[in-house]
Design a protein around this ligand. Sequence first.
Ligand SMILES: Nc1ncnc2c1ncn2[C@@H]1O[C@H](COP(=O)(O)OP(=O)(O)OP(=O)(O)O)[C@@H](O)[C@H]1O
Ligand SMILES: [Mg+2]
Length: 164
Amino acid sequence: MRRAIYPGSFDPVTNGHLDIIERGCKLFDEIIIGILVNPEKTPFFSIEERQEMLTEILMDLSKGGCNVRVDSFRGLLVNYAVAQEANAIVRGIRAISDYEYELQMALMNRRLEPSIETVFMMPAETYSYVSSRLVKEVFQLGGPIDALVPPLIEKRMKEKMNKV
Ligand SMILES: Nc1ncnc2c1ncn2[C@@H]1O[C@H](COP(=O)(O)OP(=O)(O)OP(=O)(O)O)[C@@H](O)[C@H]1O
Ligand SMILES: [Mg+2]
């Protein structure tokens, strides 16, 4: 059983994340989306909201045979990965700018837990510039985000904005 953790904030999940998950499904028997609980950041969506939206969005992929589930964790990623009996950590690389930070993290994680491999994956070129931060920025300035996130996310972002 090859199990991978795909960790991140997913605040919110983008089509870039989904592209990586879909590709990861071909390599692993199971993927666990690990939403990192970061008390230092003020998120757009709460952990519960992110978990619920991801679960709903991933239903289509699950029906297509992708074995994926959503969870959240706090503390060291490698400790979480070991607790979940995972063999690998999946990370997405968009550009050279991601690589430097990701390499540093991967090597630190290897030092902390040599039994877990980090696997880097490249998204489709179409998503190589998509980040949660940029999606939120474009959205808050009134730009269209429909090609960047699943329809449910766009809907929830609009609802949230109208509330405040
Ligand atoms: N469009 C994308 N293509 C490929 N990988 C991606 C993409 N967006 C995010 N990732 C990767 O997914 C993982 C989790 O990322 P994270 O939750 O930080 O998303 P993010 O879009 O980078 O969010 P933020 O803008 O808040 O940093 C990281 O490995 C990140 O590099
Ligand atoms: Mg990021």
